[in-house]
Each structure stands twice: as structure tokens, then as C-alpha cells.
Design a protein around this ligand. Sequence first.
Ligand SMILES: Nc1ncnc2c1ncn2[C@@H]1O[C@H](COP(=O)(O)OP(=O)(O)OP(=O)(O)O)[C@@H](O)[C@H]1O
Ligand SMILES: [Mg+2]
Length: 207
Amino acid sequence: MAILGPTGSGKSYFMTYVIDQRARRAGASAVIICTKPADKTMLRLARDGAWKVRRTWPPDYGEERIIFWPKSSGLADGIVKQRKAIYEVLAETWKPDANTLVAFDEIAYVEQELRLQPVVTKYWREARSLGITIVATTQRPRNVSRYMHSEPSWSVAFRPDDEDDAKRVAEIIGGRRLYTPILLDLEPHEFVIVRRRAREAYISRIE
Ligand SMILES: Nc1ncnc2c1ncn2[C@@H]1O[C@H](COP(=O)(O)OP(=O)(O)OP(=O)(O)O)[C@@H](O)[C@H]1O
Ligand SMILES: [Mg+2]
């Protein structure tokens, strides 16, 4: 699933909501990879105790729902450590019958600043066959692997900031002419959710 929208539009809120539901229902393990210095929406998810925030890997035995949030203190040093930590999680998850959900909160950062685009691309292309579900948010859809726009079964888009962004996002989720006016018409926290292969689309919001 790809989740697109500008800052503050509700990407993380939506992502935490759907992943939590999915993990509870499917009993699958899940890891959300966080790279922002601080994020209230992510911490909110940890409040009821089902999710644990972890700064280092691996988590404790039996911990199935992890918010993996490696520290990024320092300048260059912080980035190197973050890159290594996230790479380790991805490498360890990469095995047959993984039955795991991996979520990236701001995948553009992981691809560009952490220079993990080749790994992320491989994830988009092949992880499904290993039983890995990928969910990713971005506010920079131009700066991510094109597989984020072609591979997901579901695309979710919040209201873009301006018409240019709306056209770009519309193209990604299924067509400029159809979706540009719909995107520009969304209310705050409303989104379009598209299931492309089934040619289904809905406008919705989380109450
Ligand atoms: N459906 C909703 N109902 C009520 N509040 C919401 C809803 N969606 C998001 N919010 C609130 O809006 C704010 C921004 O949401 P969120 O953190 O999900 O944005 P974001 O798109 O992830 O932003 P960023 O790109 O900066 O991480 C948060 O305070 C969140 O609690
Ligand atoms: Mg966010």
C-alpha cells in the first residue's frame, strides 16, 4: 500500500490505524520503520501497549508489533547508524514465509538520505512472494522508486498542496483527468483510496 500526501495531511494517522487493524486481524508480526526525530502520531500508537517502541534491533522475544525508531543523533554519524540499523531489519525480514508487515514512515528519506533505494526497490518488486506486506508513506512522490507507484495493490492519497502536485499524484493513482479534480476537492483528513487492478476507488476518512 502506498500513502501519498503533504505534511500534516494524515498519512501516519491513516497508516497506524490500518496497520494496527491488519496486525490484530491477521496475527502477523509487523514493524514500522520510523526515521523522523519526533512524531506524535507514531507515539500515539504505542500508548495502548500493543506496540513497542524499540531503538535497537532485535526486539525482545515474543514482541510482534514493533515501532522501530533508531536514534539519529549526530550529523553524518547519525545517518550512518540509521542506515545500518534499517538495513539490518530489512535483511533479517527477507526470508521465505516471512508473514510480516513492513511499514516505512517517509520512504523517500529511506531511499534518498539513507541511500537504501536499491534495497527498497527489491522490496517492492519481490517481497510479496516471501509473504511480506509493504506499506509506505511519502510526501515526495517524485523522489521515490517508481515501483512504489506500480506495485501496490492499494494507493491512498490525501489533498495535495497545489494543482501541479495534484496532477502528478492523480497520474500515479490512476489518471490525471479523473483524479485531479477529485484530489483538489478533498476535505482535511479525507483521502481517495484506489484499488487499481479491481478498478475500485472510494473517498473516505477515519473518524
Ligand atoms: N482522521 C483524522 N481525524 C482526526 N485527526 C487526524 C486525522 N488524521 C490525522 N489527524 C491529525 O492531524 C495531524 C497530522 O496527521 P499525521 O501525523 O498523520 O500527518 P502526516 O501526513 O503523517 O504528516 P507528516 O508528513 O508531517 O508526517 C495529527 O495531529 C493527527 O492526529
Ligand atoms: Mg507522518
